[in-house]
Design a protein around this ligand. Structure first.
Ligand SMILES: [Zn+2]
Length: 107
């Protein structure tokens, strides 16, 4: 990650984590994930990340994981599930299937 990318991530992180609106967004996101969990059996394998950890796992530089606004989950049946994606959408989430897990973030 070059300095410009790092600075962009840092500013975005500070904006979210130090503002009431930003914190509220993270809390609402967590609530939506828990609501999804009421219907589906899944485990969370990744949530918030440091920039160092994000680089280690080859996350994209501006990843929502840096803002604690993304979770990676594995459904117990480990398959793409269109109904899961639809229900996530109803909760204001976007569920992206990435081969062996879902990456979920706010729409
Ligand atoms: Zn992810």
């Amino acid at each position: 990650m070059n300095f410009t990318q790092w600075w962009w991530c840092y500013k975005k992180y500070i904006t979210v984590m130090t503002s009431e609106d930003g914190m509220e967004k993270v809390i609402k996101f967590g609530e939506a994930i828990l609501h999804l969990r009421l219907k589906y059996e899944f485990s969370v394998t990744s949530w918030g990340r440091t920039t160092k950890r994000n680089q280690f796992v080859s996350g994209v530089p501006g990843s929502n994981h840096l803002l604690w606004l993304a979770v990676d989950v594995i459904l117990d049946d480990q398959k793409k599930d269109v109904e899961f994606e639809k229900d996530a959408g109803i909760l204001g989430l976007m569920a992206i299937y990435e081969q062996d897990h879902y990456h979920i973030q706010p729409k």
